[in-house]
Write a protein that binds this ligand. Sequence first.
Ligand code: 26W
Length: 821
Amino acid sequence: MTAKKFNKKEFIREVKANVKALYRKNLEEATQQQIFQAVSYAVKDEIIENWLATQEQYEKDDPKYVYYMSMEFLMGRALGNNMINLTIYDEVKEALEEIGLDINVIEDQEPDAALGNGGLGRLAACFLDSLATLGYPAYGCGIRYRYGMFKQKIEDGYQVEVPDNWLKDGNPFELRRPEYAKEVKFGGYVRVEYDEKTGRNYYKQEGYQSVRAVPYDFPIVGYNNNIVNTLRIWDAEAISEFQLDSFDKGDYRKAVEQENLARNIVEVLYPNDNHYAGKELRLKQQYFFISASVQEAIAKYKKNHDDIRKFYEKATFQLNDTHPTVAVAELMRILLDEEGLTWDEAWEVTSKTCAYTNHTIMAEALEKWPIELFSRLLPRVYQIIEEINRRFVAQIEAKYPGDFEKVRKMAIIFDGQVKMAHLAIAAGYSVNGVAQLHTEILKHQELKDFYEMMPEKFNNKTNGITQRRFLLHGNPLLASWITEHIGDEWITDLPQLSKLKVYVDDPKAQQEFMNIKYQNKVRLAKYIQEHNGIEVDPRSIFDVQVKRLHEYKRQLLNILHVMYLYNQIKDHPEMDFYPRTFIFGAKAAAGYRRAKLTIKLINSVADVINNDASIKNKLKVVFIEDYRVSNAEWIFAAADVSEQISTASKEASGTGNMKFMLNGAPTLGTMDGANVEIVEEVGKENAFIFGLTADEVINYEQNGGYHPENIFNSDQDIRRVLMQLINGEYAPDDPERFREIYDSLLNTKSSDRADTYFILADFRSYADAQKRVEEAYRDEAGWAKMAMLNTACSGKFTSDRTIQQYVDEIWHLQKETVKVK
Ligand code: 26W
């Protein structure tokens, strides 16, 4: 099982040789970035043998593969993680020290691979780590965006988006694989030809434009098991002129168009999280990587198998939300038009291959493509979806005769739109939600009609996170302490953390645990000082909310409460108040005006509070610029309190909540998403729960009866805070600046209900919960115990458990083992 021995001398020699070969420099002359490249190539060398051995073993065993299809893979940095999973981190660290290099500085040279927005993309990355670690054959399939998630700068308190040119210095871990290139066709028309010999119609797409999809492979290193899987992401290149059909030769206009298509298609990640915008280019991206990936999966199968009707025995496609759902129709197209299967044969294969994960119930996130756009861009694929719809509607009518409502609500094509979720559910063999509560809401609210018609497809897979990145790499002090106490098996068997429970009342252990937390807070304080120029006291409570900015996540509730606390401290300077640092990190979608205004509000409140000497540093507010995977690792390690305060029913699962828990930060949250299961594991006495329940929220939404103005009228503290949004308290130069936020809470000018996300409804109970946090923190031993219990009870939330459940209940894969020669 163990990896081959690491040879320090050889490694150093290789780093030096790499610097020379790559940059014609000696170590002393090279920049830190160049050294990062040289070290990465040396680490890649360690990986290559295992990568080859893994692929060879798979070839021999002919296993079933999961193709995890996702528009997003939020990988973060690779170097540190690869060294961790190769179990050579400490050795490399020492080797580098010997030649005068600091591993942290080297790691810090690497740009994040930010090919994702947030939860859904990071989940995909954790899943790849667990698949490799558990030894399951898997491919991640995605897009090699030239520009990933934008970098966030804060200027004058406002978010400014800066392009993320992550490939500019070269990407040491990727491997270009032109030998696997595929052609992907867009537009044109479909010609039908009747073949007398077979008595069948054949469909040919003509007059199309096409691009060449070229894959780049990233190694996904399993932990200490020699297994290396592959993340295959596709780049687009122009089909060069001389490759055009003879018919098109010399068609200069077409050549230029195809070149533009190729250039645009993979240019940039759409920075929307939970918001569907219906852009044509986005559909092009979806079909581009799906067509290439499906073609490749079929080509791979056909190398060793001749009966395409059994494809599903060797491959399963997991669709990460609806974004890759066109895979259903693309697979049908290839099976029908290229492999010559009948409809029923093709449908059997497709419906045994595809499975769908739902990640959100937010209505504005649902993908519904206009027929005009869809059929123009993908004429043949659209025809196939029409036929899938025709048959599905017939099934609905057979099951519910005369009930047109059912057809209206469930059809795949309706009202001029193609509904991707309906396609995924109708075609797939599995539909899963990402936390217990979320799956129940899908079954009984959002997807009720589908659940009633095909209950056997529905199942839950509560999300998880990888402890290799978010504890072993991100929090080395705690990781070592845990290993000293219970051994290191937790690295691949997280429930072992429960063995820590015997230490939670031990004063020495408590002190050590809290001392590690303190050192991590010092590390974060330094980062904040360097990057934000704000001084924070590591002895204060670090109260942290980091996640995408979205109204339903209620960063607004958090900052309104900070404004309330500030009022209290100003009114009662003598009041006992435990010093608190409120830390925010959040990117807003570039076009999401209200979210961006919320960032400005947080920064404006921070400015006033941080510069008010009269409150004697009792309160600090920090907005960490450019929250991303790499700085997240440090933030989780340093948090005392985990803010998970979404409106109940809105956060499908959350995964940040799990990362905080793992690192010993109790949850301050609503009974939403996986918070429910966190409380189940750790006990409600070790969390701070508040607010409306999901049932109460849904009841208000369906039956009305919520009147935020009543709360405004009857609660002076809340009223005062809201008035401060429009009296210039935090915007002396423009008192109207935050009027929009005020209006959103109280006015029903628009047709929506005021305070869509029940901020006023939950304000009091949130403030009470915050009060309980403060009281609990004052009890040092009590807090240490609570923090330790959070770590000790976080075993369920490893993505290893999640992946094992996908394997057992959906994918049915066999474990592989790889020996190195
Ligand atoms: C079409 C625009 C768009 C883009 C992204 C719509 C929807 C999305 C994602 C599904 C949003 C997302 O990341 N959802 C999050 O998924 C996580 C992983 O399952 C969950 O933990 C979060 O609760 C959920 O918000």
